[in-house]
Design a protein around this ligand. Structure first.
Ligand code: C2O
Length: 546
């Protein structure tokens, strides 16, 4: 049966502050956030769906979880607590490297704060998982209470599950939420739309449902003779925003700020407004832009964030649909259909309003990213290994699996050039923990097959003479994606050059934590930020000795 669109109101997730104000002074306020199994209504006409949800209590747990509000410079402390039962609501696959508790008591989870510059012990390393009541913990688990320093620039982060081999299903079950770092000194003078009504987070993802309401995910893997249930990518037909399928929001004729997070496992979105309204980009991922950029469309890979102002006073109509036209898998898969080509509807009030918000000509200036200061150049190639019937069996970086020794060992305070070579067919959003980067350029490869064949043998981009192949067309990096980012879309058949900074991007202060401590950090691809290693999500190597 078909679900009617735009019948549910867009929810706002509960807000939880990681600070309190005592006699006018900000102080840390330790938080407890649990993971609970509960029922969630994704749509008026859909029976309740069993989900895993984050919340201060089971009753308050939501999909997505509560938005954590932090203040720059005020530490946040969160005790993440696992209250999940033993049997997963979704099919997982023990034949890929996976957190499997010996006693079978509970589902392994661990929380990563995506975009955070923080200590490795609180980074949510895939092997730092824990089950219900910490009955069992993974090999790199160290502590119950995570410490977030919040010393980075203000911006948008999000938290999500990161357990080895289970990330894709734990995310699909609902374990995701937003986290905002605010800094009055920097942000108040900008006079961007603010306050609960005009500054909203939109967390967008796709899911499919059975008629009984449960989340639909096939029980059969893509390559069942090797991995009975493992599916590297998930695509759902219903588009969910803040926990409701195709919701609607009534807005006033004035400016709003939307922090849009693509929390899908594999779906890219290319958003646009049906009535031609424009997006004014003010920030991307976790950092502001230096100047606002106006666009008609937003292309977001999984885990990318666009922070935009939309001025509804420019609307010629009284409603606008936020649409999507990104093929899936992106860019060469199926075109969108009538279910996934719509995201949500805005109903725009008729009365014009006086608006005191503005979008300044300049936003936030960060120190210059200087290529000549890079202390090291690395080549990071990803390619898939396939079975006889052409199904991917695994994807490695430079031919190396997750279990091999650490390969990247940047030093604190330095910048590095990474040339990321995508030899797969799909666009892969590459995410680096701890380091923020700027995309310098993207170049198509010539004679890609020849180069790939060499890499399959030698696993070494220099020996395979990458310079002779990286000579194709330049792919333009859009202006609003030239700022500091923590995820970027690696176009298939191309080399993307990024400048990664292992320091704060707004100052030269050094980290107040030991970035060389165990378990280190990882970088990986965020298409199925799923199994975090192995086929397609593997790109994980620990970064240590920072
Ligand atoms: Cu969004 Cu390693 O994570």
């Amino acid at each position: 049966s078909k679900l009617e669109k735009f019948v549910d109101e867009l929810p706002d997730m509960p807000k939880i502050q990681s600070f309190e104000v005592v006699n006018g002074v900000y102080k840390s306020k330790p938080l407890k956030i649990g993971m609970y199994k509960k029922q969630w209504k994704f749509h008026r006409d859909l029976p309740p769906t069993p989900v895993y949800a984050y919340g201060a209590s089971k009753r308050n747990a939501t999909i997505p979880g509560p938005t954590i509000e932090a203040i720059r410079g005020i530490d946040a402390f969160v005790k993440w607590q696992n209250h999940l039962p033993s049997n997963h609501i979704l099919p997982w696959d023990p034949t890929i490297p996976t957190a499997i508790p010996r006693t079978n008591k509970g589902i392994p989870t661990v929380v990563h704060l995506h975009g955070s510059i923080g200590e490795p012990e609180s980074d949510g390393h895939a092997q730092s998982w824990f089950t219900r009541g910490f009955q069992e913990v993974g090999p790199t688990w160290t502590k119950k209470e995570y410490h977030y320093y919040n010393l980075q620039h203000p911006g948008n982060l999000w938290y999500h599950d990161h357990a080895m081999g289970l990330t894709r299903v734990n995310l699909l079950a609902g374990l995701t939420g937003a986290y905002i770092i605010r800094d009055r000194e920097v942000e108040a003078p900008l006079r961007l739309p603010s306050g609960d009504e005009f500054d909203r987070t939109l967390m967008v993802f796709d899911r499919s449902f059975r008629t009984n309401g449960s989340i639909y995910m096939s029980f059969t893997g893509n390559n069942p003779s090797i991995h009975p249930q493992w599916q590297p990518e998930y695509f759902g037909d219903a588009i969910i925003v803040n926990g409701k399928a195709w919701p609607r929001l009534t807005v006033r004729r004035r400016k709003y700020r939307f922090r849009i997070i693509n929390a899908s496992n594999a779906r890219f979105f290319r958003f646009f407004f049906s009535n031609g309204l424009k997006f004014i980009h003010v920030a991307a991922d976790s950092a502001y832009l230096e100047k606002p950029v106006i666009t008609d469309e937003i292309l977001l890979g999984p885990s990318e964030i666009a922070d935009v102002v939309v001025d509804f006073s420019n609307s010629k109509s009284d409603s606008a649909i936020l649409g999507n036209h990104a093929a899936y898998p992106y860019p060469t898969g199926d075109p969108v259909n009538e279910a996934n080509d719509k995201v949500m509807k805005f109903i725009i009030k008729k009365k014009p309003e006086h608006d005191t918000w503005r979008v300044p000509k300049t936003l936030v200036k960060y120190p210059h990213a200087d290529l000549s200061c890079a202390s090291k150049t690395r080549y990071i190639a990803m390619y898939e290994y396939t079975s006889v019937d052409d199904e991917p069996t695994h994807l490695y970086i430079n031919g190396k699996s997750y279990d091999e020794p650490v390969t990247e060992t940047p030093k604190v305070g330095t910048s590095e050039i990474w040339n990321v070579i995508n030899l797969t067919e799909d666009n892969h959003p590459l995410h680096i923990h701890l380091g923020l980067f700027k995309v310098i350029d993207q170049t198509e490869l010539v004679n890609e097959e020849e180069f790939t064949a060499c890499m399959m043998k030698l696993n070494d981009a220099i020996k395979c003479k990458i310079d002779q192949y990286a000579r194709g067309k330049k792919i333009e990096v859009p202006v609003h994606e030239k700022g500091w980012k923590n995820v970027y879309k690696m176009t298939p058949g191309s080399v993307t050059m990024i400048l990664v900074r292992f320091a704060y991007v707004h100052s030269n202060e050094s980290y107040p934590f030991d970035a060389t401590a165990q378990p280190g950090f990882v970088y990986h691809c965020h298409v199925p930020c799923g199994t975090v290693k192995y086929l397609s999500e593997p790109l994980i190597h620990r970064i240590q000795d920072l």
